[in-house]
Design a protein around this ligand. Structure first.
Ligand code: EPS
Length: 386
């Protein structure tokens, strides 16, 4: 499967075209909208989220509730577009070109590098596309992937582990409990003691005109053994997951399983011992590998973490340079969020769900769900007996 997205933050809409989704997969628009609503929540979002109420429209590839095998086009309209029509118009509009022109790049944003690379004197032409608004439609794509995964009993959850210097205490809970409890938390965090501290840190940052980053974790359960492959670099699923998570706006690092902690552990304390029982076949005593060895799934939960840097738009801006005068100036201020880590955890779930769904489609014949369901069933019976 593959997908592309298009659209600007304040343009008329965001669009995704997905190709390769098997036919006869039931698609619930409501379930896609639920994911879009999850992404819009979270303590620390700015005023834009009060304007938007993201809803998907499917304009191709699905008929009467089922995929047809044709490319699926997802559209999410920007309500804020009504305020930006002249400024963002595809047709020339007299006087509108100079309005909201951005000439003072924000440190940490794509503004300056993009403007130089694409020969733009208005950095709005860069920031509109590099904006994390684009994650809306990636969450919609992920919601389609989740519906494919659900057909095979594969489930995805996520949580926030850290915001700024507030670190959540690890809690060993089932995936069901994790999903239910993080949904109730304004910062998507399981640790009830860390939660108010995270919220207070966000409030303080907002007051100070500052922004905060953090760490999110995604867990996928029910994955068969052997998705991905060891035979070629670009087929290794851990590598693909890392790219998917790293490609989320403002992400600066990715870990799988214990990740960087592995550097400080001897092999005897790191690797997960292999066990076997008659009912379920092979399994592991622990899951420090995060469900991936040799670029392939082990059958244990896939665990991926990502770190998000603080958003570059600051209400008390850092110093920058005006590209017209070359004089030092405060960076431009755009309306923004003070912390989007809880929302980013939903985005991370979406991109991970997509990669796992894609790996399922590579492993099993996937023209139609009919083929795929039968093949997955046979493969699971085989792995249990192996
Ligand atoms: C964003 C800036 C803000 C965020 C936006 C991402 O938008 P605006 O400039 O319109 O206030 O709210 O995020 C979303 C719109 C969204 O849906 O997540 C940025 O510059 O990345």
């Amino acid at each position: 499967m593959r997908y592309l997205t298009a659209g600007e933050s304040h343009g008329p809409q965001l669009t995704a075209i997905i190709e390769g989704v098997p036919s006869n997969l039931p698609i619930s628009i409501e379930a896609i909208n639920e994911q879009l609503a999850r992404r819009q929540k979270g303590h620390g979002r700015g005023r834009r989220m009060q304007i938007e109420k993201d809803q998907v429209k499917i304009v191709s590839g699905v008929r009467h509730g089922y995929t047809t095998g044709a490319p699926i086009t997802l559209v999410v309209e920007n309500r804020d577009w009504t305020h930006w029509q002249g400024i963002m118009s595809a047709e020339p509009v007299e006087g509108a070109e100079e309005k909201r022109r951005v000439s003072r790049p924000r440190p940490g944003h794509a503004d300056l590098n993009g403007a130089i690379k694409y020969h733009q004197r208005d950095m709005r032409n860069i920031l509109e596309r590099s904006s994390a608004r684009e994650t809306t439609v990636r969450v919609a794509v992920g919601a389609v992937a989740r519906q494919l995964l659900a057909a095979f009993g594969i489930r995805v959850g996520g949580q926030v582990l850290q915001i700024n210097d507030v670190v959540a205490k690890r809690q060993e809970v089932s995936l069901d409990e994790l999903i239910a409890r993080t949904e109730e938390s304004p910062v998507r965090c399981l640790d009830k003691e860390a939660e108010p501290l995270m919220m207070a840190a966000i409030d303080k940052a907002k007051e100070d005109g500052d922004s905060l980053g953090g760490i999110v974790e995604v867990i996928v359960e029910g994955v068969p053994i052997g998705l991905g492959s060891h035979v070629q670099w670009d087929r290794k699923l851990d590598g693909r997951l890392a790219q998917a998570v790293m490609s989320i706006q403002a992400f600066k690092g990715v870990e799988i399983g214990v990740g960087f902690e592995a550097a400080g552990l001897p092999g005897s304390k790191l690797h997960d011992e292999i066990i076997w029982n008659e009912e379920t076949g092979y399994s592991r005593k622990s899951n420090r590998a995060g469900g991936l060895e040799g670029g392939m799934t082990t059958g244990m939960p896939v665990v991926v973490r990502g770190v998000m840097k603080p958003i570059p738009t600051l209400y008390k801006p850092l110093m920058s340079v005006d590209i017209d005068s070359k004089e030092p100036f405060s960076a431009s201020i755009e309306r923004s969020d003070s912390c989007a880590v809880p929302a980013a955890s939903v985005v991370a779930e979406a991109v991970v769900a997509w990669e796992i769904a894609n790996a399922m489609c590579e492993k099993f014949p996937c023209d139609s769900m009919d083929d795929m369901v039968e093949n997955v069933r046979q493969y699971r019976a085989y792995t249990e007996k192996y």
